[in-house]
Design a protein around this ligand. Structure first.
Ligand code: KG4
Ligand code: ZN
Length: 343
């Protein structure tokens, strides 16, 4: 089976071709091309939806041709076409999904409408033996959720942020300090030069609350107050360390509750950490320690699979295809909001 996938839900235009042979357990990426729009959005301090749509529209056609060429196959060999249908920015979703639908219609092949979050959570299965069910922590620019993945298409939500997504908070803290979008990597870098002590006394909202829900807006406001009150720039690294440490502790506390809950109902010990924020080595290391203490196996995708990419979209369609899941009608329309639980 060969699947071509398109990802265009935010600020990356990405096309990938993934293959899975019947005799193999794993999949193979035949080719992938990702164009990041970061440079175009940087001067605005975040993603500008209109600009993102225009960039996707300008680049997608060439990217599809290049990706098919690099895979070394004829388009007629592709068994299915897919694209991210949501969640994400409407303009980008329309461009990517309409393009994939047109390819499917012209080639008389099935079209799969893929949930972006499902892509983030299933991609580690492309090259690792991870059985269902597994526990998941999904942390991106738009989501912060703890879930159980029961099957490739069945997810139950255990808890989530009640306000800002953690990636978004990393971006806002970076912006407050005068750094460009995306903020996560720069905050992580500055934090490595901070020390493990508490000068700023940042809050840890919801930490005593027994649910698995999280909240980050209070931490963001506290950082803003620090920065806006005659902040000594020499303490910037320290502030980044304390911010990162504080949000990590919030994640760890809720993940610990989730692990205890998961262990009551399942013998599985797999825990997947996915989404853009999963590229953060500090959070990875801390989560790994927590998992080790609870005899869980933490699986973190390779960094190229943490940020948005089309391989994860094509792979999610492959999982549906090989499980005999019905393809989608070409009438289906993008879903800017699309919870995993409603798959
Ligand atoms: O999954 P993703 O590529 O796009 C969405 O689906 O949102 O995640 C992007 C988010 C951004 O907010 C970015 O700042 C954050 O992931 N991010 C990080 C790191 N690398 C990317 N956050 C913390 N530490 C990082 N190293
Ligand atoms: Zn994403």
């Amino acid at each position: 089976m060969i699947v071509l996938g398109i990802e265009s839900s935010c600020d990356e235009t990405s096309v990938a071709i993934v293959q899975k042979k019947k005799k193999d357990n794993f999949g193979k990426i035949l080719s992938e091309n990702t164009l990041s729009q970061i440079k175009q959005h940087q001067k605005f301090g975040g993603v500008v939806p209109e600009l993102a749509s225009r960039e996707h529209s300008n680049n997608l056609d060439n990217l599809v041709k290049k990706t098919i060429h690099e895979a070394g196959i004829k388009i007629s060999l592709i068994d299915a076409f897919c694209a991210t249908l949501g969640p994400g920015l409407l303009g980008g979703l329309l461009i990517g999904s309409n393009y994939a639908k047109s390819l499917a219609a012209a080639s008389n092949k099935p079209f799969f409408a893929i949930n972006h979050l499902q892509g983030h959570l299933l991609i580690p299965r492309i090259n690792q033996n991870i059985n269902f069910p597994f526990l998941c922590l999904l942390v991106s620019g738009g989501h912060t959720q703890i879930l159980i993945s029961e099957k490739f298409n069945k997810f139950s939500l255990l808890g989530e942020t009640l306000d800002d997504a953690l990636g978004e908070v990393f971006d806002k803290v970076a912006k407050l300090l005068g750094y460009d979008y995306p903020g996560g990597p720069i905050i992580e870098k500055l934090a490595t030069k901070g020390e493990n002590k508490k000068i700023f006394n940042l809050p840890m909202p919801m930490i005593k609350n027994k649910t698995m829900d999280l909240s980050f807006s209070g931490i963001k406001t506290s950082v803003r107050n620090v920065v806006n009150n005659s902040f000594d720039r020499k303490l910037e690294n320290q502030l980044c360390f304390e911010f990162q440490n504080c949000v990590t502790n919030c994640l760890l506390s809720k993940c610990e509750t989730a692990i205890r809950y998961f262990k009551k109902t399942s013998k599985s010990n797999s825990f997947i950490f996915a989404g853009g924020v999963a590229s953060n080595d500090f959070i990875r290391t801390k989560l790994k320690e927590l998992c080790k203490n609870h005899e869980m196996n933490l699986i973190v995708p390779e960094k190229k699979f943490c940020v948005d990419n089309a391989s994860m979209i094509a792979w999610a369609a492959m999982e549906r295809l090989v499980n005999g899941d019905k393809s989608d009608s070409l009438d289906i329309v993008p879903k800017p909001r699309w919870e995993l639980e409603s798959l």
